[in-house]
Design a protein around this ligand. Structure first.
Ligand code: IPM
Ligand code: MG
Length: 358
C-alpha cells in the first residue's frame, strides 16, 4: 500500500528525531512492501523565521491531503512569548489540533522491561509495572476558551482564561476512553476536579452515563490532585486515564517521568477523520539541539502508533516496538537515560541500531 505522510520537523531537536524516524519508516516500507511518500510542512519557530508566522497559510490543507502527520517538536526560547499569536510557535500546535479535529490525545506511559532500573520510584513499586494510557481531551477547555486582559478600577490589571466543556466534547472523549479500555485492561479512571469546578461536575455526570453503557469496563472517579499523588504512589493501579486538556497536559508529563525518561514516550492525536497526528511528548529541547544527543525513541514509537492507528498495520507496529525493546534490552541508551557509559550512543547511532534490529 501507499501512504502519504506530512512531516513537520519543526524546531530544536525536532529535525534530528524525525530524521531517524524516517529511516525507520523506510526500513518498514522495504521489509513489508509499502510505499511512504513524505511531504515536508513548515510550522513552528522555523516558520516564523522563514515566513513571519508559526502557522503558515495552507498548513492544515497540506496535512489534510495526507494520511497521517508526524511532528517532531515546535518552539524554543528564541521565539519567546510574543504578544502576537502568529509569532508564537505554540499557536501553531493549538491551531493544527483544532483544524484537524484532533480531540483525543493518547499518551501511553509504559515502563519497558529493560528500564525497570531507570524508574525513579521505589523498586517494589516499579516491579508492579506501569502500563497506562492517558487519554487527554485536546481541543477544548481552558486551552481554547476566551482570553482577556483588562484594567479594573481598584485591583490593577486583570487577566482571564475561560474554561468551558460541552456535553458533546465530553461524551466523544469518554467513548474513546471506554473503547480503548475494552482493548486493554478494561478499567477507566476519569480525572476531574468536581469538588470545585462546574466543568468537572458536567464531565463526571457524562462519564457516569457512559459507564453504564460499558458494564464490562470498571470505572472510577479520581480527583486530579489525588491522581497526581497516586501516579507516584502506585501507578500500576491505572489502565486508561481520561481527563480534560490541562489536567492531561500536566499529568502526562508526570506519567512520562516515572517510566524512566520523557525521551521515550510517543503520542497520537486523533479525531473522527484522518489524518491523525503523531508526535513525541517531549518538547524541542533547544539546549541539546544539533548535538546528536536527542533520544529518537519517542518519535520512533510515535511511528509505531501511526502504523497501528492510522494505517491499521499492527504487525509492522509490533515490529518497530520489538526492535526498540531489543535495542534497550542490550543496554543501549541516549544521554537522557540511565545506563553504562560504554553503551551511551547519540541520536543517529540509536536510529541505526533500531533499523538494524528491524
Ligand atoms: C504538550 C505541550 C503543549 C501543550 C504546549 C507546547 C502548547 O506541552 O503537547 O503537552 O500544552 O499541549
Ligand atoms: Mg505538555
Amino acid at each position: 500500500m501507499e501512504y502519504k505522510i506530512a512531516l513537520i520537523r519543526g524546531d530544536g531537536i525536532g529535525p534530528e528525531v524525525v530524521g531517524e524516524a524516517v529511516k525507520v519508516m523506510d526500513v518498514v516500507a522495504a521489509k513489508y512492501g509499502h510505499t511512504f511518500r513524505y511531504t515536508d510542512v513548515l510550522m513552528g519557530g522555523c516558520a516564523i523565521d522563514a515566513v513571519g508566522k508559526s502557522y503558515p497559510d495552507g498548513t492544515a490543507e497540506t496535512c489534510k491531503a495526507c494520511d497521517a502527520v508526524l511532528l517532531g517538536a515546535v518552539g524554543g526560547p528564541k521565539w519567546g512569548h510574543s504578544t502576537q499569536p502568529e509569532k508564537r510557535p505554540e499557536t501553531a500546535l493549538l491551531s493544527i489540533r483544532k483544524d484537524l479535529g484532533l480531540y483525543a490525545n493518547l499518551r501511553p506511559a509504559t515502563l519497558r522491561p529493560a528500564l525497570a532500573d531507570a524508574c525513579p520510584l521505589r523498586r517494589e513499586t516499579a516491579e508492579k509495572g506501569i502500563d497506562l494510557m492517558m487519554v487527554r481531551e485536546l481541543t477544548g477547555g481552558v486551552y481554547f476558551g476566551k482570553r482577556e486582559r483588562y484594567m479594573t478600577e481598584d485591583r490593577g490589571e486583570e487577566a482571564s482564561d475561560r474554561m468551558a466543556y460541552s456535553e458533546l466534547e465530553i461524551e466523544r472523549i469518554g467513548r474513546r476512553a471506554f473503547e480503548l479500555a475494552r482493548l486493554r485492561g478494561k478499567k477507566v479512571s476519569s480525572v476531574d476536579k468536581a469538588n470545585v469546578l462546574e466543568t468537572s461536575r458536567l464531565w463526571r455526570e457524562i462519564m457516569h452515563r457512559l459507564a453504564k453503557e460499558y458494564p464490562d469496563v470498571a470505572y472510577e472517579d479520581v480527583l486530579v490532585d489525588n491522581c497526581a499523588m497516586q501516579l507516584v504512589r502506585d501507578p500500576s493501579q491505572f489502565d486508561v486515564v481520561v481527563t480534560e486538556n490541562m489536567f492531561g497536559d500536566i499529568l502526562s508529563d508526570e506519567a512520562s517521568m516515572i517510566t524512566g525518561s520523557i525521551g521515550l514516550l510517543p503520542s497520537a492525536s486523533i479525531g473522527d477523520t484522518a489524518p491523525g497526528l503523531y508526535e513525541p511528548i517531549h518538547g524541542s529541547a533547544p539546549d541539546i539541539a544539533g548535538q546528536d544527543k536527542a533520544n529518537p525513541i519517542a518519535t520512533i514509537l510515535s511511528v509505531a502508533m501511526m502504523l497501528r492507528y492510522s494505517f491499521q498495520l499492527a504487525a509492522e507496529a509490533d515490529a518497530v516496538e520489538r526492535a526498540v525493546d531489543a535495542v534497550l534490552a542490550e543496554g543501549w541508551h541516549t544521554a537522557d537515560m540511565a545506563g553504562d557509559a560504554d553503551k551511551l550512543v547519540g541520536t543517529v547511532q540509536m536510529g541505526r541500531l533500531i533499523c538494524e534490529k528491524l
